[in-house]
Design a protein around this ligand. Structure first.
Ligand code: SF4
Length: 485
């Protein structure tokens, strides 16, 4: 009887989770990256400042990388370690679980977001707790855990400063390392004035940070459950490592009676000796710091404390089986590919309508839902800068290109684009047609520019009509080559 009730509860919880996920899908289903980028670009000042700020972080990363003589060897080593992990992921996960259980950690497995959320909530129910503190975890963003728990009547306070800012603003994070990078300090001042009682008009970063500290101190001291993410899980020891700059994960986990850590199954590394490779790369790639301020190892619960670890698949094992896309599982979530991406910097994180924005988000999201995220691999110039900075050498821009092919072949791009690509194929494969259409195009551009440059053509929304050339390149070349001879 008890079991039946438990299964009924889990089913009901899964339905609730689907409701949350559908709400998210509804919120974004009718808006593409281009639509949302257009909204972001309505405030050119913010775009310029967002662009400059992230480029500054990219430059800090470059300086930090230049300071390490064996940087490229480090990247190669990290990539090879992850390659090995992906080739034996099941073995390492079993080894990790066995060691973690020996250490006294309670290990849970979740096949998807719904199971993850249900497991976390069951721990809350077991302890009769309705309030908790949570440090940054992109996995819980991916699973929409906050929304789900809120629906169950559980209050979660995010303790990372950036996360708390976006939580107060009722927005998702726009960047995986700098969640509130799209917010100006005046806006943060306004939010803190409304929610945390700081003085009206206060915009001094130090004062605002102190306000958040005071507010969070009470939260840390009063919450019985603390949630954290996981940056690395070490198979040989069964411990996991959480990296923060604010020490907020430690404050939460050390003060709470129950620590729940949530991790994607790809976070495994084989040995402790491998950790140094990743720690040297992570902070330098993320913010240009030599190391994160806190790299905390959690190996076993302290006396009287419960420690839970939820290992989540949520599409990762199917990605592992796709040869062209599997190495996206090497990602250590440093955010360097976002900071360098010219499209991300000028369109903002929210334009990607998924938990993880930017180039890496654009190759991860279509794995989850091809139709919903079919626009994302096209939100790129394919310049390759993301691949160039990635500390674990993921071929991001090549995967973006490969995703475009998969999405077109599977019919997930809009009919207009499919038809125009078919037409281009015909034109580009016939020299005679190519010349003829070039001529016709130049004529139309000079005699009837309005036929192309109108409001229905999105290409011209932010562009000027270029000066129409009088001849094709081929004609110009023939003429000028003859002159030189
Ligand atoms: S794909 Fe590479 S650069 Fe981008 S967040 Fe992941 S590890 Fe960092």
């Amino acid at each position: 009887m008890k079991n039946k009730q438990h299964v009924r509860n889990l089913k009901q919880q899964s339905l609730d989770i689907s409701k949350v996920q559908h709400q998210h899908q509804r919120m974004s289903s009718h808006k593409t990256h281009a639509d949302l980028a257009e909204q972001f670009n309505k405030a050119p000042e913010r775009v310029a400042w967002h662009d400059d700020t992230l480029w500054f972080v990219r430059q800090k990363r470059d300086n930090a990388a230049r300071g390490v003589e064996d940087w490229e060897i480090l990247r190669e080593t990290a990539s090879k370690i992850k390659e090995n992990v992906l080739s034996r992921l099941d073995d390492y996960l079993m080894e990790f679980e066995a060691r973690a259980l020996e250490n006294g950690i309670q290990v849970h497995w979740a096949k998807d977001a719904a199971e993850h959320n249900a497991i976390v909530y069951s721990i809350f129910q077991k302890h009769g707790v309705e309030r908790a503190v949570k440090s940054k975890s992109m996995l819980t963003e991916e699973c929409h855990l906050n929304d789900y728990l809120q629906q169950q009547g559980v209050e979660i306070i995010d303790s990372d400063l950036g996360e708390r800012i976006v939580q107060l603003a009722e927005e998702p994070p726009s960047h995986i390392v700098l969640p509130a990078i799209h917010k100006k300090k005046e806006e943060v001042g306004e939010l803190f004035h409304r929610h945390l009682g700081s003085a009206k008009g206060e915009k001094d970063a130090k004062v605002l940070t102190e306000t958040a500290r005071q507010h969070l101190r009470e939260v840390f001291l009063s919450r019985k459950i603390a949630l954290t993410g996981v940056n690395f899980a070490i198979a040989e020891t069964g411990e996991f490592v959480v990296c923060t700059n604010e020490g907020n994960a430690d404050m939460g986990a050390h003060l709470a009676d129950v620590h729940i850590a949530c991790m994607g199954i790809e976070k495994i590394i084989p040995k402790r000796e491998h950790l140094g490779v990743f720690l040297r790369l992570l902070a330098r790639s993320a913010t240009g710091q030599p190391i994160t301020t806190y790299s905390s190892h959690f190996k076993k619960p302290r006396k009287g404390q419960e420690m839970h670890l939820v290992l989540v698949d949520n599409g990762r094992s199917s990605r592992l089986g796709e040869e062209s896309f599997r190495n996206s599982l090497k990602c250590i979530r440093c955010g360097a590919c976002m900071n360098t991406c010219p499209v991300y910097r000028r369109s903002g994180g929210h334009s990607y309508h998924t938990a993880i924005a930017g180039p890496i988000g654009s190759i991860l999201a279509p794995n989850m839902d091809r139709k919903q995220f079919a626009d994302l691999p096209f939100a790129s110039t394919l310049c390759g800068s993301c691949t160039h900075v990635c500390p674990v050498k993921i071929n991001i821009h090549e995967q973006l290109y490969q995703w475009r092919q998969v999405l077109v072949q599977e019919g997930h791009v809009d009919k207009g684009k499919q038809l125009s690509m078919q037409a281009m194929k015909v034109v580009l494969s016939s020299p005679a047609l190519f010349k003829l259409s070039g001529k016709a195009g130049r004529k139309v551009m000079s005699l009837a520019p309005f036929a192309l440059n109108h409001r229905l053509n999105p290409w011209y929304k932010q562009r000027e009509m270029p000066k129409v050339p009088t001849s094709s390149f081929e004609e110009w070349y023939r003429k000028n080559r003859k002159k030189d001879e």
